[in-house]
Design a protein around this ligand. Structure first.
Ligand SMILES: C[S@@+](CC[C@H](N)C(=O)[O-])C[C@H]1O[C@@H](n2cnc3c(N)ncnc32)[C@H](O)[C@@H]1O
Length: 327
């Protein structure tokens, strides 16, 4: 990473009004903060965030066992954050949590911790809808049950819980339409004859209208096969370990487009390599990222063409200098 230290630049931190502390770095649309998000969240005013989009550290923090006792521990740990999430969210805001499954230690059975978490969250949030992220590129695991004994199949789906503060969070599925299938194009060309389906559904001839795309299902098929990205190349060139559990940018991008408008605020309290901030910046949403591990934030800088950082404290004055990432 080449850092241009000679140019103090007067570019304001777009999140300065919302988070009082000094950011780790900021861009034109957002800022990252290094530290425990439970503390940082407390500095954010009530009802100020439109969307919390995150993937919590289930496997990193609670890796010892995933039996019932640990599921309880996990839920208790998460609910402390959930209370802050609810406070900072606007009334029409959403909380989207991508949370992978886990196996119980030593036997081919599944932990149900993410469902227990959903039940606990449903006591303080509305469950707007559950989503499933299907990643066809997931590797078969655990090897003992799937590859060796062959008594389980490949686990390739993660649950994504969409929760909201009220029953009508801001949402517009026309912002996330998917391309029509060949069959649908054929049907639109030939016209659709209104009829009653055997299921009892009365399908009118409007079904054949072209509405610029099909309404997506709650099963999102996204491969997670990022092996060529600039982020990975620059981490390697600069001797930084890439984040081990990144989600693909298409996942936050879908929910950001679906649940927010331009200039709305998106927060990721467990931002890791800051895929959420990157996705938000690409579609002109403001964003806040929080992360406990400095190395992950250092690597995440490579996602942006330019970031600003506080580098010097002279007479109590913080000077921001631009750090231009060059490949
Ligand atoms: C599953 S990873 C998120 C990965 C991220 N979605 C990405 O694509 O890079 C969870 C992250 O939460 C961070 N974390 C765990 N506890 C935290 C806390 N209390 N405050 C802030 N970050 C935390 C971990 O260091 C880890 O990087």
């Amino acid at each position: 990473m080449k850092v241009n230290n000679t140019l103090p630049i007067d570019v304001p931190n777009p999140m300065a009004d919302l988070v009082q502390r000094e950011p780790y770095y900021y861009t034109n649309f957002g800022a990252t903060y290094l530290g425990d998000s439970l503390d940082i969240l407390k500095e954010i005013p009530d009802s100020s965030v439109n969307l919390i989009m995150t993937s919590p550290p289930y496997a990193l923090v609670f890796k010892k066992e995933y039996g019932n006792a640990d599921a309880d521990e996990y839920v208790e740990w998460f609910m402390k954050f959930a209370k802050e999430f609810k406070r900072v969210l606007r009334d029409d805001g959403s909380l989207v949590i991508d949370i992978g499954g886990a196996w119980n230690k030593g036997e081919p059975t599944r932990s149900i911790y993410q469902f227990e978490l959903l039940i606990a969250l449903s006591k303080i949030f509305k469950v707007a809808q559950e989503f499933y992220w299907y990643n066809p590129a997931k590797l078969p695991a655990p090897a003992e049950w799937v590859n060796v004994r062959r008594i389980r199949v490949k686990d390739a789906v993660e649950t994504v819980w969409w929760l909201s503060k009220t029953a009508y969070p801001k949402a517009d599925n026309s912002n996330v339409l998917q391309p029509y299938s060949k069959d649908m194009y054929r049907l639109m060309e030939n016209g659709y004859r209104a009829k009653k389906r055997p299921s009892g559904h009365n399908i009118t001839n409007k079904f054949g209208n072209n509405n610029n795309g099909s309404i997506p299902p709650n099963l999102l098929q996204i491969g997670n096969t990022d092996s060529q990205s600039n982020y990975l190349k620059l981490c390697e060139q600069n001797g930084l370990k890439p984040h081990p559990a990144r989600f693909p940018k298409e996942l936050p991008t879908f929910f950001i487009n679906f649940l927010t408008d331009i200039n709305d605020i998106v927060l990721d309290p467990f931002c890791g390599s800051n895929v959420t901030g990157y996705a938000a910046e690409n579609v002109k949403r403001k964003w806040i990222g929080m992360e406990l591990v400095e190395e992950y934030l250092q690597g995440s800088e490579f996602r942006f063409p330019k970031v600003w950082k506080a580098r010097e404290h002279i007479n109590g004055v913080v000077e921001h200098t631009s750090s231009k990432v060059q490949s």
